[in-house]
Design a binder for this molecule. Structure first.
Ligand SMILES: Cc1ncc(COP(=O)(O)O)c(C=O)c1O
Length: 393
């Protein structure tokens, strides 16, 4: 299987982890030797309720017995998609009450960028250095990491960059700007939180010049930071909110939400302003509906903040200089890329899944399922500390 994997399945790195999966349940993934791995990554923040959460699996099975894909997005009334959009609206401000469902995070970003241009009639998009918003051409155009996009130029024009958390840069947002797009917490950059009311200041500047604010919550959204949406921590409501990853509870999804009036612009001049065959797929929407319901009806969100404290308490070591992030979106910073690498690879050998961040090689990603238990946290942290002890001895 390994040689077929390497030969027939397109690879994105010269060194994939190449663990062959047998099954996954709760906070554990099992390889084909039936070795259990405690999951501190959750499919890169996607499996918010762990693996095969019974409520998600039942919702999928119920929907499988009714219908699969029947029509392109937006023509027929398909209850799971309607209920999901309505549930999101019930937990969002009225200005974000209308949601467009798509198939992935990057596709939701594409929709958000198009919506911003269409709604303002302007073209300039301002993004942040070290931002990651996905890998299709539009999303890649707003990626703040030249080394990873140079080979794919020319990308979409009229994109400029500011430095996240830098207030002086805000005057680069002008009446020519259609939208500013930011991650609420920068992910690939190393889980960098906005500080000193940065997002409120961005919001104010956007309002001054009539630009829209797009917040990308594909990673921090849907409970991971202890609130349903990350922006709730920072006193800043975007004009367009983008979600994905954890929204699907392990199924592929993306969504962008805006006001009804703004979304209306996709209906005319031109009509069919954004279309998709599979967006809002009934099985995926059923899984997402069950996921969001469980997150809002349980204690998982307040628990995420308690679990953060447990991680912070048990991840104390001279080789950890800082734990960045919030809730269960955490990054342990080590002195070097080599140390972070060694910890991640050794942990995998010993049955703990850790992972890298895109643009911060010194960081170890810790984004477990929200359902992780305190005992599992303590067990995984002890393993990390043991590995760091070995490295420092
Ligand atoms: C902040 C952010 N935006 C966008 C994306 C792209 O989402 P997807 O991989 O589902 O296209 C990601 C994925 O890592 C992300 O973390």
């Amino acid at each position: 299987m390994t040689s077929d994997f390497l030969k027939y399945q397109a690879q994105t790195t010269p060194h994939p982890l190449a663990m062959e999966i047998s099954h996954a349940e709760g906070c554990y993934v099992y390889d084909t030797n039936n070795k259990a791995y405690l999951d501190f990554v959750a499919g890169v923040s996607a499996c918010s309720l762990g693996h095969r959460h019974p409520k998600v699996v039942n919702a999928i099975k119920d929907q499988l017995d009714k219908y699969l894909h029947v029509m392109v997005y937006g023509e027929y009334i398909q209850e799971p998609a309607v209920q999901l959009a309505k549930l999101l609206a019930q937990h969002l401000p009225e200005s974000l009450e209308c949601t467009y469902l798509v198939n992935s995070g990057t596709e939701a970003i594409e929709g958000a960028l198009k919506l911003a241009r269409r709604a303002t009639g302007r073209s300039q998009i301002i993004s942040a250095h070290h931002a990651y918003h996905g890998n299709t051409m539009g999303s890649m155009s707003v990626m703040g990491y030249e080394e990873r996009k140079q080979a794919f130029r020319p990308l979409i024009p009229d994109v400029d960059f500011i430095t996240f958390n830098n207030k002086e840069d805000l005057n680069k947002i002008t009446p020519k700007t259609a939208a500013v797009i930011l991650e609420t917490i920068q992910g690939g950059a190393g889980f960098v939180e906005p500080y000193d009311n940065y997002l409120t200041k961005v919001r104010t500047r956007c309002d001054e010049v009539g630009a829209l604010l797009i917040l990308d919550e594909i990673q921090p959204g849907i409970g991971r930071t202890g609130k349903l949406f990350g922006f709730e921590h920072y006193n800043c409501i975007p004009d367009i909110l983008v979600t994905g990853k954890g929204l699907g509870g392990g199924m592929p999804i993306g969504a962008f939400s805006a006001s009804k009036a703004m979304m209306h612009t996709l209906q005319n001049r031109p009509k069919l302003g954004h279309i998709t065959t599979f967006g809002g797929h009934p099985v995926i929407a059923a899984a997402a509906l069950a996921t969001v319901k469980e997150i809002v009806e349980s204690d998982l969100m307040p628990q995420a903040l308690e679990k953060e404290q447990l991680f912070r308490k048990h991840l104390v070591h001279p080789l950890i200089s800082e734990i960045r992030g919030r809730g269960l979106m955490l990054a342990a910073l080590t002195p070097s890329a080599e140390i972070a690498n060694e910890v991640i690879l050794k942990a995998q050998n010993r049955g703990l899944i850790l992972f890298w961040l895109l643009f911060e090689p010194k960081a170890i990603r810790i984004t477990p399922p929200l359902t992780i238990t305190n005992d599992e946290i303590i067990k995984g942290c002890k393993l990390i500390i043991d590995i760091l002890d070995e490295i420092s001895s």
